[in-house]
Each structure stands twice: as structure tokens, then as C-alpha cells.
Write a protein that binds this ligand. Structure first.
Ligand code: DGY
Length: 327
């Protein structure tokens, strides 16, 4: 027998050790042949298909489309481990049909993502990117060094925050918002009570919240959850923040609400299609703060995510339960 066939094979679409974590692949490399994509960005679909086709394990990112046809083309595949909490890039039904285990990395990114949510709320409410441009572009002049009406924003303290989704990240955002002196209301399908958060219907949340922040996973049920009707139902002058997934918020409806002035501002870290196209109308939308999907982007958190993704894969290939599995 070819000795390669006796060992498990892994295809990794990124190098987890590139995050300043040398040696985290060693336990996997001791058991498996690990083939690592080292090209710029994610592997093109054809390359992914080719390199994954003989793999028992796949270590991937949210930018890799693991659809039914890819899964079909990988007859040996037993474990898919994604360095992400979201798994909307993986066809879970197709994986389940084949008995393929799917691992993800929840937990370790909760606080970091909640931090970015608050940062975006503050950036939108206090117009921080606009203030930065104002200074850099030389518009802060000796004739107008300070003015009572210069770059006025809105306060977080005393405002109502509506959390759409009260999972771990929603709850971490709630804790921060309470510390900022906000009233926090929240909607979740399960109706599960969360300390300090008033449980309300989605309708009531949209009517009452000065800030709405999205914290549900993208699924068939949540796709377009905040559509034109829901955005129209938001309180006039409210601010919308999305650090979850782009497909949950209807982007044209949001752009229209910002342009008409129905909403005061918004901040988006995630988009229906990423990266945002150069001709996206969102780029010309007023009062919109944009970030390139960096919710979990702190050194420590990304290192933890990488380690957890590797541990998930090693466990699955060994026949042990995954540290975090989906479904
Ligand atoms: C995830 O993990 O799903 C986030 O979107 C990126 O950290």
C-alpha cells in the first residue's frame, strides 16, 4: 500500500501558523499529510476542488465555499473545520448526508466581536470617521476652531439599544451597553431571558430602539430578516449596526433609509457580498460607517480561533468528539 494512503490527509486553505502561533499544526502534522494553500487570498474554486479531493480533513475559512458539489468531489472527507463561528459558507445538509463532521470556533471571539460592535455604535453615533476626515482634509480651520454645532452626534447613555439575537455575542454587547448607561431590549426566537435585557417582540424592538444591533446567525430563516418593512418600522433617527452577516439586512433598503434621513446612521462590518464591489451604492451612502469584516480581528482572538480550528480537525480525524461541532 502507498504509505500516503495509510496516513490521513488534510487540506488547509490558509496557514494557521501565520498568525504568530508557530507549532500549532504539529499535532496534526504528526498524524497527517498537511497540504497548505499558500497563495494570496483564498484558493480559487477549481484549486480548492482539486486540492481537497483527496483529503480526509479540510481546514477552511469563511471565504471558502464548501458546497454540495465540492463535498461530493471529496470521497474521503470526514471532517470540515472552519476558523469561524459562522458556517453559512458550508452546505451543512450535504455534509450531514455524508456523515461529515463540521467544526467551528464559537466562544473565543465573543468579547472581541462585542468590542467592535460598541466601537461601531460609537463611530456612527459620534461621527468619528467623519471627524477624522474633517481634520485630515484641512477643514478644521483657525476661523472655526470650535463651534457649538460642530459635528454633533447622539449619546449612547440614556438611549435604548435593541439586540436582534441574544446569543453569546448579543449578551456580551448587552453587558457593555449596560455599562454605557443604555437601556437594553432584545429579541430572540427562543424568548430566553437575559439579565438586564427586556425581552420584546421584534416589532416592539424596532419601534423603541435608538440603536439596533444584529447578532443572529445567517440561516434560511434570518436571510433578509431586516428587510424594507422592518427598516421602515425602525424609529426615525435610529442607528443600525451589523457585525453578524450581511444577508440579514436588506442593503438597498438600508441605503434608501439613510439617504432619505429616516435612519440617522448605520455601521456595517459585514455585507451580502464580500468584498464590497467598487461600484456598490453603499460606498456613496451618507452617514454609513464601513469596516471589512473585522469583528474578531484582534491578534489574540484570531490566534485562539486558529488553534481551536486545528484542535477540532485533529479531534475529528482521531475519532474523538470535536471541541465545537455544528449541528
Ligand atoms: C465568524 O467567525 O463567523 C466571523 O464572522 C469572523 O470572525
Amino acid at each position: 500500500m502507498d504509505p500516503l494512503d495509510a496516513r490521513t490527509r488534510v487540506f488547509a486553505t490558509f496557514d494557521p501558523e501565520s498568525l504568530g502561533t508557530p507549532g500549532i499544526l504539529t499535532p496534526l502534522q504528526e498524524r497527517s499529510e498537511v497540504d497548505i494553500w499558500d497563495g494570496e487570498g483564498p484558493p480559487p474554486a477549481a484549486e480548492l476542488r482539486k486540492r481537497a479531493s483527496g483529503a480526509d480533513g479540510l481546514l477552511c475559512l469563511l471565504t471558502d465555499r464548501i458546497d454540495a458539489s465540492l463535498i461530493e468531489g471529496c470521497p474521503r472527507l470526514r471532517v470540515i473545520s472552519s476558523m469561524s463561528v459562522g458556517v453559512d459558507h458550508i452546505d451543512l445538509v450535504a455534509a450531514g448526508r455524508r456523515g461529515i463532521l463540521v467544526g467551528n470556533t464559537p466562544g473565543v471571539l465573543v468579547e472581541t466581536t462585542a468590542d467592535l460592535t460598541l466601537a461601531l455604535m460609537l463611530a456612527a453615533a459620534r461621527r468619528i470617521p467623519e471627524a477624522d476626515r474633517f481634520v485630515r482634509e484641512g477643514r478644521w480651520t483657525p476661523e472655526r476652531p470650535w463651534a457649538p454645532d460642530m459635528l454633533l452626534g447622539v449619546d449612547l447613555h440614556g438611549a435604548t439599544l435593541g439586540l436582534v439575537g441574544l446569543g453569546a455575542i448579543g449578551q456580551a454587547v448587552a453587558r457593555r451597553a449596560l455599562g454605557f448607561g443604555m437601556r437594553v431590549v432584545g429579541w430572540t426566537r427562543s424568548g430566553r431571558p437575559v439579565p438586564g435585557v427586556d425581552s420584546v417582540s421584534l416589532e416592539q424592538l424596532l419601534q423603541e430602539a435608538d440603536f439596533v444591533s444584529v447578532h443572529v446567525a445567517l440561516t434560511n430563516e434570518t436571510q433578509g430578516l431586516l428587510g424594507p418593512d422592518e427598516i421602515a418600522a425602525m424609529k426615525p433617527g435610529a442607528i443600525l449596526v451589523n457585525t453578524a452577516r450581511g444577508g440579514i439586512v436588506d442593503e438597498p433598503a438600508l441605503a434608501a433609509a439613510l439617504t432619505s434621513g429616516h435612519l440617522k446612521a448605520a455601521a456595517l462590518d459585514v455585507f451580502a457580498s464580500e468584498p464590497l464591489q467598487a461600484d456598490s451604492p453603499l460606498l456613496a451612502t451618507p452617514n454609513l460607517v464601513l469596516a471589512p469584516h473585522v469583528g474578531s480581528a484582534s491578534v489574540r482572538t484570531r490566534q485562539r480561533m486558529a488553534r481551536l480550528a486545528v484542535d477540532n480537525l485533529a479531534a475529528g480525524l482521531d475519532g474523538r468528539p470535536l471541541v465545537h461541532s455544528v449541528g
